[in-house]
Write a protein that binds this ligand. Structure first.
Ligand code: ZN
Length: 138
């Protein structure tokens, strides 16, 4: 209700990125591009939470939530010895990724006609809490 669609800027692709286009593998921990980027900014580049949030174009509470999700998934992967994949739909990393992500189920998908402020629903759970997601080419 009145919640703004949030833009998250993702600059660099994960080096070991791959995706599973058609079926979910329950033995894998899936990290979203946003979660990967949150960890990269905060823990790899050692940026402050404020700078990290602003680089991704989200509020600090949202950044905090994304990072918390990432930590939970990484912890689960370590403890249960699970593989980690980073997914973002059907993505060619040689060109920019444009699409949406869902705040409800964390699904991310590509949409070449995506734009900020455009309304829509999650293609997976039909939630209207979606955000515009852009990754610039290298
Ligand atoms: Zn969803």
């Amino acid at each position: 209700m009145g919640r703004n669609t949030q833009t998250r800027f993702i600059k660099d692709p994960p080096n070991n990125f791959y995706f599973h286009p058609f079926k979910d593998d329950p033995s894998m921990i899936k990290l979203t591009l946003a979660e990967f980027e949150a960890m990269r900014l905060k823990h790899y580049l050692n940026l402050s939470q404020q700078s990290s949030a602003s680089k991704m174009g989200v509020s600090q509470p949202t950044f905090s939530r994304i990072l918390e999700n990432a930590h939970k998934k990484m912890t689960q992967a370590l403890i249960e010895g699970k593989k980690i994949t980073i997914f973002g739909g059907n993505v060619d990393y040689k060109k920019s990724f444009m699409g949406y992500g869902c705040l409800n189920c964390n699904h991310e998908w590509e949409d070449e006609t995506a734009s900020k402020g455009k309304k829509g629903n999650c293609i997976k759970c039909n939630s209207d809490k979606i955000y515009y997601l852009v990754r610039e080419p290298l």
